[in-house]
Design a protein around this ligand. Structure first.
Ligand code: FAD
Length: 616
């Protein structure tokens, strides 16, 4: 009885349906039969099996690229087999690495159903009670007033915090300086086509946060199988993401899927009574006796800023992302602790996708077919440790060891402008679900720390922000303005010369200009990039190419600061009633980890404000 997990089931490309992630097909049944030592694969009942994970493995050490599955087998569903074939079950032997007995079922519930079940069995403040409180009948069930909570920012962290708190019956106002996805889409269109940058509605600001017009990769380093990540993934499915994200080894949504998902998310929050204010910016915190009691807001579409309003709240969750530099400044003015944090900066490299497919897949590259084929559009991940101890290292005069690594790789994607000010250039990558563009881009970044900020005379809590801004401004000047991005072919970067001859085309739509990117950064960074790119070319022969274009600059890989908070309550260590969450606060680095952080902060605040008791 029970669930048995079968892993490392390898199916050849020929025998696999490719992008169908959940289907128990005959090729897979054959592999399952082999592991189970069951004689006739076609007799195995499909309904006894479910795919837990499917990845594509094209590592060079393999003779042949394969799809690799992990499958759960529900033994009770094998009962349809003839009794004499039952023998094989009694012979099942949990062989190391292939068969494992699962003590419990995988979590397959979304956040809403988890909270509703919890409330049903634990007597949390019910919605009925909430309504009675609102209608002045509080004496009948509780003397507690419905807590009023402001959530600032509608990125993944703000949305998940809102969902938890609204499900627990709090009075939630979600304040977003940018616009809802419909209008934000038009603003981004105007930026890409007509070079009009709306400072409050762009690739960073607006519904869904920085992750909306993104690649929508849902890979995370915080543990793919942890309950919190599975809950976030199931919640995304609940709001319209395809179920394949639950099993895909490298789940990916793409902007075209994120936009409708966010619309569903919004409608659900509104049905719970969340007051969502788009185009409203938090400019300041209202503080009384060392406790946040509300926020000062203004209409972000009104450039005159004369219309500020004060709104009172019991708690403020700050989920503003790491591009809200004005918020960091405002926090400093209230003496909120901010600690500079190490991060990484560099360039974004773009190759023809075909080149990357060829490097990674060789003969199989034809199977990619612009995202429509069987095998996924090829990606890569490279990392190089640059140590002063290594005799070939360029860091001879330095005592700092660094890493140079690829980051946020977007196969079949495009390079986009993520600046929020016209005097700065910073870029990132996005894609659509099919990843059908003919370009593959990725950040190539080098780690930097406070020592590097000091060397450029940037000190204090916002030194990292100043460091970012310095290179964003240098890039804008190198590009010559009007959002034109400075570029150099990888070959020319390696030869320290400007790309004067014909340059490959770029997916970046606002214009590129040949420039000396090898002179953009301090020498230690250029050297680290130079050295690492040479090593990457050994791993991925062809990486150094005249067809590959480096774009400057990629600066906002993660937050340059952290806002210290209590690890249990999520409350700021220096200002009561303020809950800093997500990437901007330095506690997340990506869509999923930001969502998880927002979710946990929601639970903490709900518990602190008495919306539920016990452990969820
Ligand atoms: P954000 O998503 O940054 O959201 C913060 C929100 O707060 C914004 O909507 C902003 O408008 C709002 N806000 C800021 N200040 C105020 C204010 N004063 N008042 C009101 N509202 C305010 N991550 C991945 O995991 N996978 C990817 O494929 C991926 N691709 C990316 C591509 C691009 C182009 C970019 C820019 C980022 C990408 N990321 C990706 C990173 C990911 O988007 C972030 O890690 C994630 O969105 C952080 O979530 P967050 O909720 O902490 O903050």
């Amino acid at each position: 009885q029970g669930i048995w997990r079968l892993s490392k089931l390898a199916v050849s490309v020929k025998n696999d349906p490719g992008k169908d992630f959940l289907h128990i097909h005959i090729g897979l049944l054959q592999e399952i039969a082999k592991v189970l030592e069951f004689p006739v694969a076609s007799l195995l009942p499909e309904e006894a099996f479910s795919v837990v994970r499917k990845s594509f493995d094209a590592r060079k050490i393999l003779k042949e690229a394969k799809f690799v599955y992990t499958v759960d087998m529900d033994v009770s569903k094998l009962l349809s087999l003839e009794p004499r074939t039952w023998d094989f079950i009694s012979r099942l032997d949990p062989k190391v690495g292939l068969i494992e007995h699962m003590p419990r079922e995988r979590i397959s519930r979304d956040l809403t159903s988890i909270i509703r079940d919890f409330k049903d069995s634990n007597g949390a403040l019910s919605r009925e009670q909430g309504r009675n409180i609102d209608s002045g009948e509080s004496h009948k069930c509780s003397t507690v007033r419905k807590p009023r909570i402001a959530i600032v920012g509608s990125g993944p962290s703000g949305l998940f915090a809102s969902l938890v708190l609204a499900e627990f019956g709090a009075d939630v106002t979600l304040i977003e300086r940018g616009q809802a996805v419909e209008r934000r889409g038009r603003d981004i269109g105007a930026l890409v086509v007509r070079k009009i940058l709306e400072s409050e509605s762009n690739f960073c600001f607006g519904e869904g946060g920085a992750g909306t017009w993104s690649d929508g990769k849902l890979v995370t380093r915080i543990g793919r199988n942890t309950d919190c990540v599975l809950t976030v993934m199931n919640t995304l499915v609940h709001f319209g993401a395809p179920k394949s994200i639950l099993v895909d080894g490298k789940p990916h949504l793409g902007t075209d899927r994120l936009v409708p998902l966010l619309r569903n998310f919004r409608q659900h929050l509104q049905s719970l009574g969340v007051d969502i204010r788009f185009g409203m910016r938090v400019d300041d915190l209202l503080i009384q006796n060392g406790h946040v009691v509300g926020v000062e807001v203004s209409d972000s579409t009104n450039k005159l800023k004369s219309d500020c309003k004060k709104l009172g709240f019991d708690a403020v969750i700050l989920a503003v992302g790491h591009s809200a530099r004005d918020i960091y400044q405002m926090l400093l003015s209230h003496n909120v602790d901010l600690i500079p944090k190490d991060f990484a900066v560099g360039l974004r490299v773009e190759h023809p996708q075909e080149l990357i497919n060829n490097i990674q897949y060789s003969a199989l590259a034809n199977e990619v077919c612009s995202g429509r084929g069987k095998v996924p559009v090829a990606d890569y991940k490279v990392v190089q440790y640059v140590s002063d101890k290594d005799k070939n290292s360029p860091l001879k005069s330095e005592s700092t060891n660094r890493s140079c690594y690829s980051f946020c790789m977007c196969p079949g994607g495009q390079v986009v402008l993520t600046s929020t000010s016209p005097s700065e250039i910073c870029i990132n990558g996005m894609s659509f679900s099919r990843r059908a563009s003919r370009f593959a881009n990725a950040a190539l970044v080098v780690t930097v720390s406070t020592k590097d900020f000091d060397a450029l005379n940037f000190h204090g809590p916002l030194a990292g922000v100043e460091f970012q801004r310095e290179f964003e401004q240098r890039a804008a000047i190198m590009g010559g303005g009007n959002f034109v991005v400075p570029v150099q072919t990888v070959s020319d970067f390696m030869d320290n010369k400007v790309s004067v001859t014909s340059m490959p085309s770029s997916s970046y739509r606002l214009g590129v200009k040949a420039a000396s990117l090898h002179e953009l950064f301090p020498i230690y960074m250029t050297d680290a990039l130079h050295y690492s790119i040479a090593m990457f070319d050994k791993e991925l022969p062809g990486f150094i190419s005249k067809e590959a274009l480096l774009h400057g600059v990629e600066t906002r890989t993660s937050s340059p600061i952290q806002i210290p908070r209590d690890s249990d309550t999520y409350e700021s260590m220096s200002l009561r009633g303020l809950y800093p969450v997500g990437e901007g606060a330095g506690y997340a680095g990506g869509i999923v980890s930001a969502a998880v952080d927002g979710m946990y902060s929601g639970f903490s605040v709900a518990q602190k404000l008495g919306l539920f008791h016990g452990d969820i």
